[in-house]
Design a protein. Structure first.
Length: 175
């Protein structure tokens, strides 16, 4: 059982909510009120902890990774630790999809749902790969924004509620 702490931090894509334990991250994503209608990116916004609750402060490795991702991406290094209780369902296709995406699709690259399904071990499971992306609790870190449809469309980021965020992230990575 994990003892959970949480933080809210500022970022160029708005406030991020994070939950974590001593083993790593459980969740990172924009606060619920951010959607296509309320999204106001600010590429100059720094990444800083705004508040935290629990015994642990936000892991420094995660804070540094986010700062680097948004402001000096060419210096990106090792991904922050993800709690194995969340990231790992031994043998599950969902875990295989997350791992394939994290390990193979790098900053500035994109991949289709079908290609990702094949990387994860089942080339006929493009829809299941899409479901794994919808369930991804590690926004940006496990970069579901890099997964697009085979026709080049961006798909439905966060169930279609944050497509402008996905477009911003893809543009950010192409600069």
């Amino acid at each position: 059982m994990c003892e959970i702490s949480s933080s809210i931090c500022t970022s160029p894509i708005g406030l991020l909510s994070l939950t974590y334990c001593s083993k790593g991250l459980h969740f990172i994503g924009q606060i619920k009120s951010i959607n296509d209608e309320s999204f106001l990116p600010d590429e100059n916004q720094t990444v800083e902890i705004q508040s935290w609750h629990g015994k642990l402060t936000m892991p420094e490795s995660c804070l540094n990774w986010l700062r680097t991702y948004f402001h000096t991406p060419k210096k990106l290094t090792k991904t922050p630790e993800l709690c194995p209780n969340v990231a790992s369902e031994k043998g599950s296709f969902q875990e295989s999809v997350w791992r394939a995406l994290l390990d193979n699709v790098h900053f500035g690259q994109t991949i289709t749902y079908g290609q990702l399904a094949e990387l994860a071990g089942n080339k006929k499971a493009a829809r299941a790969a899409g479901t794994a992306m919808l369930r991804n609790p590690f926004q940006i870190i496990v970069p579901c924004h890099r997964v697009i449809r085979s026709n080049g469309d961006i798909g439905n980021y966060s169930g279609g509620t944050r497509n402008l965020v996905k477009l911003w992230l893809l543009k950010h990575e192409k600069q």
